[in-house]
Structure formats: structure tokens, C-alpha cells
Ligand binder design. Sequence first.
Ligand SMILES: Nc1ncnc2c1ncn2[C@@H]1O[C@H](COP(=O)(O)OP(=O)(O)OP(=O)(O)O)[C@@H](O)[C@H]1O
Ligand SMILES: [Mg+2]
Length: 386
Amino acid sequence: MGTTAERENLVEAIAERLATVIDPELHQNIVELGMVGAIAVDDSGLATVSVALTTPSCPLRDQIERDVRGAVTSLEGISGLQITIIAMDPAAKAKLMDRARRGAQEAAPVTSIPSSARILGVSSGKGGVGKSSITVNLAVALARRGLQVGVLDADIWGFSVPRLLGISGPVEAKGGKMLPKRLPVGPGELRVLSMGFLAGEDQAIMWRGLLLSRALQQFIEDASWEDIDYLLIDLPPGTGDVQMGLARLLPRTELVLITTPPLAAQNVAARAADMARRGNLRVAGVVENMSDFTCEHGTSYQLFGHGGGQRLADQLGVPLIGSIPLDPAVVLGGDSGHPVAGTDSALGLEFKALAERIATQIAPTGVVEGCSARMLDAIEQAVATS
Ligand SMILES: Nc1ncnc2c1ncn2[C@@H]1O[C@H](COP(=O)(O)OP(=O)(O)OP(=O)(O)O)[C@@H](O)[C@H]1O
Ligand SMILES: [Mg+2]
């Protein structure tokens, strides 16, 4: 087929078509992302395209291949298409992640959350591991350091923050913005928003489907979060829509993963991978909850096994920020609306130490890495060897 000039035109046409292929995770076109390598067309009209993925085993590989095929094969003059998937070198990978990060930041909506505020999403693959308890206690411990701490209860269906903090609605508004409820704590203050302030338990059910799909967005965009130093977000269990929404609305969120000692490594790794992949969010570290139980005689029991937090942290290549023991004081504090972190009990001091580590040792970084990056590599390795 055709002259050299015709083949060159075809190569150009292929490049144009490839610019319409959007990376499903990074939401930008693969040419702009630097994922397209050599393009060639031979005498018979057979086209070859090389696509660089950050990891060749990227779960989105099939979809990207399909999209590339769909974009290219309908071109006139092309008799066939051969796609070669290659692995990106580390420098290109870093550049791509940087680009994706900037893209996400630019696309994120404007909020009143100060750019200096650190946003931590408290998350877990599994329900009932203590996300809400850790969120409120950590918030109280940070406020006791003299900080203004926003607490966003993103568990729209199963909110528990109002009860845990002993506060209730309604929420006031000013200038069209919801005013988070203020709760002074020592030299600092909490600013709290929850679905529980907008509707009683019964009413909340009626609201389903109406406003709930937008509730998180409203809590982020239509609320006054001025002057906060931290925003802690209590996420619902799992890796569903709320996590995805958060990734879109606040892409600079760092996840704090809560786990309990016994969770099977592979299971947790797979869920964490899913979360990171789908949300493209960075993991700041792991907190192990319900670790050793110490009885009144001072004997320590590892009721639920040992080492789950460290194992998960190692698998993800992130720090284990701390371990919180199994202690009825957490439950009592929750039931009374006075989190134990507000006291100077032994457990109160554990939360104090946790807050201190987060504030001073766990460096905030803006690294966002997707399916294709370091985090998944680490998890794949861990899963393969476990
Ligand atoms: N360290 C702890 N020691 C003892 N009990 C705890 C501890 N942490 C949490 N709990 C208790 O475990 C239960 C579940 O905790 P919590 O509601 O915080 O979990 P969650 O992960 O937010 O749950 P969900 O997934 O339903 O939102 C609560 O009754 C809580 O009081
Ligand atoms: Mg909860």
C-alpha cells in the first residue's frame, strides 16, 4: 500500500485518534499523558502502536487496549492493528503521575477549605473496625493541641459522628453556606458537619436518593470550612461511591487506613488496592485498632491476633502511624458523647501520641499514584509472595 507520504499521513491520523482515548483512571488523553510510544504503518496497512503503561499488569490494560483498538481500526487505509504494551520507565512514570495530579487539582471544585489545611480521609476496606471512633478521638486529640479541626461525617447513610461527639442539629447557614457546628475542645475547636444534623434517623431514610447523592458535595462545596488546620473525614465502610466522590471533590485527601490485627493480608491488600486504584488517592499510613487488650491486672492479651497493621503498612509501603488498644473506654466515650481522647487516661494519652505523630512525623505529601504506580506494585508483590 501507498507511498511514504500516505503512510506518514496515516501515522498522523492514528495519533489524532489516540488523542481521543482517555485513561479511565487519570481522566486525561493517553497522548497528553505521554503513554503513546512509536506508531508505524507498514506496506500492507498494518499499524503498530506501542502504549506505555506504568505497570504492564495494570487492571485497566484491557480497557485501554480496547479503546485504542476502537479508535484506530475504523481509520480508512488500516488493514490491522498490533498493540504493544510496554512498561514505563521510572522517570516517565513520575512525570505522568505529576501531570495526573495537577490535572485532578485543576478539575477539583473551589472550596472554602484553606489550601494549608491537611485533609485526612479515615477509611477501611471493612466495616466496624473503628473508623468513626478513631476519627472523633483523633479530632479531639488534634484540637487539644490548639488546632481548628473540621470533622466531616461522610457516612451519609450510617452517620455516627453526632452521637459520638454528643452534638445534634440543626445546622445554621450564612450567605448560603452551611456552618459546621462548633465544639470547643481545650485550646482548640471542632467544626462538625453530618447528615445527622440535617435529618433525624427516620427522616434520613426519606431523603435517600433525593439529596443524598449530592450530600457529600454539598458538605464540601456549600459549607464554611474557613480557618481549619485539619479536615478529618469519616468515610463509610468499603470502597464505593463516597470514596470516588471524595477523590473527585478533594483530590488532595490522604487516606488513613484503619485495620484490625487479624485481617487476612491478601484480603486487605486487595481492597486497599481497589481503593487506591479507583480513587487515585494517596495513603498517609495505617492505624491498627483493637490491638492488645490489657486487663485490670495488667496482663496483655492479643485477642484478635497480632501484626495486621504492620503487615498492611509494609505491604503498602506506608508507615504504621499507631496502634490503639481494645478498650471499653472507647465504647463508653462514644456512648456518652465524650470521646476518651478528651481525658488524660492511658488511652487518652495513646490518642494524644497518635495526633502528635500525625502532626509532626507523618509528612504531608501530595503524591497521588494510581493503579499503575508504586502502591499497586507494592501490593502485587505482597499478594504474590503471601
Ligand atoms: N479500640 C476500641 N476498643 C473497644 N471498642 C472499640 C474500639 N474501637 C471501636 N470500638 C467499638 O467498635 C464499634 C465499631 O466502631 P466504629 O463505629 O467506630 O467503627 P466504624 O468502622 O466506623 O464502623 P462502620 O463501618 O459501621 O462505620 C463501636 O461500638 C465502638 O465503640
Ligand atoms: Mg463509622
